[in-house]
Design a protein around this ligand. Structure first.
Ligand code: PGA
Length: 249
């Protein structure tokens, strides 16, 4: 059995004070919950307070992005090494909003992934098709390309902490979720690419999350699919009761 990861992607929401308030309400709701791994990925500015409030709890902390250089004259960037040093365990890589608005490509995803793993972080690498690609019937091709390029040059040994999030772009923030069948098909393609890159055993262990309008109302249905190893949750992770309900689907 692969332990599921229920991860919050807070995007560009919440100040440090709001993070503290969230945690005061959230922690008691998920106290002792050990079935799934709970991860929260806040804006960089909230990482310190999140780590402080999560200390000794079952909540793990991640970032939403990182740069591939370790340090240097890269104004506005934060490295994987810095995240690890701060105490982050996870990092989201290649979210579709980064691809759409900030010029992230399959190749920059690959560079970030490699360096995140080197820094000892557990990357949650996002892949997913846009609606035009789904309508054109090329979803599998797109997922294969995104995965094979992301995995390029990375060894199975090095990739041990990798997780993938399948996030159909048309389902993000739209209220439309993929059906369990759509997700299962996509996960199969991703697992196949992982087997090609890292071997069958690795692929069997690999956790593939689903993301895109996961809510308390649909979490149980999605999370009971054996192929779905967790969720990456945006909007519904911003309120303590709603994220706790998803964690406890
Ligand atoms: P959503 O976002 O849950 O608001 O659809 C998911 C994501 O972008 O990771």
């Amino acid at each position: 059995m692969r332990k599921k990861i229920i991860a919050a992607n807070w995007k560009m929401y919440k100040s440090p004070a709001e993070t503290k308030t969230f945690m005061e309400a959230f922690l008691p709701l998920v106290k002792g919950h050990a079935r799934d791994e709970i991860v929260i990925c806040p804006p960089f500015i909230d990482i310190a307070i999140l780590l402080e409030t999560a200390r000794g709890s079952n909540v793990h902390v991640g970032a939403q992005n990182m740069y591939w250089e370790t340090e240097g004259a890269f104004t506005g960037e934060i490295s994987g090494k810095m995240l690890a040093a701060a105490g982050c365990e996870f990092v989201i890589i290649g979210h579709s909003e980064r691809r759409q608005y900030f010029g992230e490509t399959d190749d920059t995803v690959n560079r970030r992934l490699e360096v995140a793993l080197e820094a000892g972080l557990a990357p949650i690498c996002c892949v997913g098709e846009v609606i035009e690609e789904r309508e054109a019937g090329i979803t599998e091709e797109v997922l294969s390309r995104q995965c094979s390029r992301a995995f390029r040059g990375i060894s199975a040994r090095k990739a041990a902490k990798l997780a993938i999030a399948y996030e159909p772009v048309w389902a993000i923030g739209t209220g439309k979720t993929a059906t369990a069948q759509i997700a299962a098909q996509a996960h199969e393609v991703i697992r196949h690419e992982a087997a090609k890159a890292f071997g069958k055993d690795f692929a069997q262990q690999l956790r593939i999350l689903y993301g895109g309008s996961v809510k308390p109302e649909n979490a149980k249905e999605m999370m009971s699919q054996p192929e779905i190893d967790g969720a990456l949750v945006g909007g519904a992770s911003l309120k303590p009761d709603s994220f706790a309900a998803i964690v406890k689907y």
